[in-house]
Design a protein around this ligand. Structure first.
Ligand code: C5P
Length: 205
């Protein structure tokens, strides 16, 4: 049976951690859709043309080592404004969302475009300052040479690009539950997500 969980929201709000925990808890498969855009972005940094890169994406591209760098994140949000790039990535995401046994997808447009009929929709957010601090700690913890002001500026620039684009902008679906994690521990956020999905599962069982 299909059960799709759509988890959208801005960078570093906790989507990824919540999605992985939810998938593990319910035994669902998980797709981090940001990786698709990051893989295309990384290819453009290496000189490829965005649409061709999107059409020729292969699973191994999602394993490239540099996908989590700030440069690739910015490149991802630049290719993500191109409608044709998004179209090239839609079919794979839609079929993943329909997988039987349950699927969690996290991104920006899952509840609105990829899986508008998802059984559970969350929009995970937090203030830009809190998200930038989390991203700073994550990147510096990996040994990357970053500074707080640049990380905050990057977060704000990426939010604006994702929110203001014409095609599939980042927005909470009308029927999504908004989870603001600004003042929440990650454990509390995960518990809230699981409780909400449990309730939805009860209704669709
Ligand atoms: O989620 P993550 O930060 O890895 O996403 C990188 C970029 O990919 C985002 O800033 C956004 O521009 C783009 N993206 C998107 N739609 C998605 C997932 C990611 O446009 N569903």
């Amino acid at each position: 049976m299909k059960f799709t969980v759509a988890i959208d929201g801005p960078a570093a709000a906790g989507k990824g951690t919540i999605s992985k925990a939810v998938a593990k808890h319910f035994g669902f498969v998980h797709l981090d859709t940001g990786l698709l855009y990051r893989a295309v972005g990384a290819k453009t940094l290496a000189g490829a043309e965005p649409l061709g890169a999107a059409h020729h994406l292969v699973p191994e591209d999602l394993l490239a080592e540099n996908l989590r760098t700030p440069e690739v994140a910015q490149a991802a949000s630049r290719v993500a404004v191109i409608a044709e790039v998004r179209s090239a990535l839609v079919a794979f995401q839609k079929s993943f969302a329909e997988r039987s046994g349950g699927a969690v997808l996290d991104g920006r447009d899952i509840g609105t475009v990829i899986a508008p009929d998802a059984e559970a929709k969350l929009f995970v957010t937090a203030s830009a300052e809190v998200r930038a601090e989390r991203r700073y700690l994550e990147l510096s913890g990996k040994g990357m040479d970053v500074d707080r002001d640049t990380v905050l500026a990057d977060v704000i620039a990426r939010d604006a690009r994702d929110r203001d684009r014409d095609t599939a902008p980042m927005v909470a679906a009308d029927d999504a539950v908004v989870l603001d994690t600004s003042e929440m521990s990650i454990e509390t956020a995960i518990a809230a997500a699981i409780a909400y999905i449990d309730e939805k599962r009860g209704k669709t069982a």
